[in-house]
Design a protein around this ligand. Structure first.
Ligand code: IPE
Ligand code: IPE
Ligand code: MG
Length: 263
């Protein structure tokens, strides 16, 4: 009896999630969603587990959210996986985090290929350990011809470093007289960022209740809608993701104008 009831309850929940997905899809879905995946350590601490157990659990959320993002018709999903400041963490935790892309991609690469997902990365690739580079490279190559959702990992990414590098590249062009100072404009700066080929994020989600950017996409987020969700990343699920998009669809984006842009 209880089992039957539970089955019915599960079926009801599933129906309502798929109804919500359909309703979200009938309106304007954000093209680019960026997520600061935060709260793995606290999730583990709540269970008296080591922090790395939280990171391992968080990997399952990455799979879940990639699937739902694909189903929703989102074009780009950028996930902040490791910041340039995260090198301050204990070596053991860093070592584990550097192994996660390998584990994630070796487990889910066939699924990503099957679902037409294209894996990309932004961040300082050269400074990653060899084995991390190899697994990312392998996934990027294996999915390079896919033209569905772009799953973009921000790995060893820091926005200030990205801006410093952009300034250096543009300064070099000026010194070499390939451009004049007057040529420098917003679009030139954008063209030198690591996200040059991507649309700007429409929606930024940060999990765990922290309300800060932690050096993430400072330029790109100038007109992005923000959603700070009080759920730890390993607990963030399809329901939370659809909820964030529903909230986004109720916002009025004005871009400095008077009238809101109808979503
Ligand atoms: C996010 O979880 C994952 C990374 C930053 C790599 P945290 O490890 O920051 O978890 P908290 O914030 O300590 O709970
Ligand atoms: C931001 O989270 C970086 C990632 C999610 C990869 P942190 O947990 O490192 O940020 P702070 O230190 O709390 O600002
Ligand atoms: Mg954190």
């Amino acid at each position: 009896m209880l089992e039957k009831l539970l089955r019915k309850k599960t079926a009801e929940t599933e129906t309502s999630l798929s109804d919500r997905v359909q309703s979200v899809k009938s309106k304007q879905v954000p093209s680019h969603v960026a997520i600061i995946m935060d709260g793995n350590g606290r999730w583990a601490r709540q269970r008296s587990l080591p922090r790395i157990a939280g990171h391992h659990e968080g990997m399952k959320t990455v799979r879940k959210i990639t699937r739902i993002a694909n189903d929703l018709g989102i074009k780009v999903l950028t996930l902040y996986a490791f910041s340039t400041e995260n090198w301050k963490r204990p070596k053991m935790e860093i070592d584990f985090l550097m192994k996660l892309p390998g584990e994630f991609l070796s487990t889910y690469l066939p699924e990503l290929i099957e679902r037409n997902v294209k894996v990309e990365m932004i961040g300082n690739y050269d400074a990653l350990p060899e084995h991390t580079k190899e697994s990312i490279q392998k996934a990027v190559e294996a999915t390079s011809r896919n033209d569905g959702l772009i799953l973009n990992f921000a790995m060893n990414y820091g926005s200030r470093l990205e801006i410093v590098n952009t300034v250096k590249e543009i300064a070099k062009l000026a010194v070499e007289k390939k451009i004049s100072i007057e040529d420098i404009d917003e679009s030139m700066i954008e063209a030198h960022l690591m996200t040059a080929h991507l649309p700007e994020p429409d929606l930024l989600i940060r999990t765990s209740g922290e309300v800060r950017l932690s050096n993430f996409m400072l330029w790109q987020l100038a007109y992005t809608e923000f959603s700070f969700v009080d759920v730890l990343w390993p607990d963030f699920d399809e329901d939370c993701m659809v909820g964030a998009i529903e909230e986004f669809q109720m916002r009025s984006r004005r871009f400095g104008n008077v009238e809101g842009e109808k979503l």
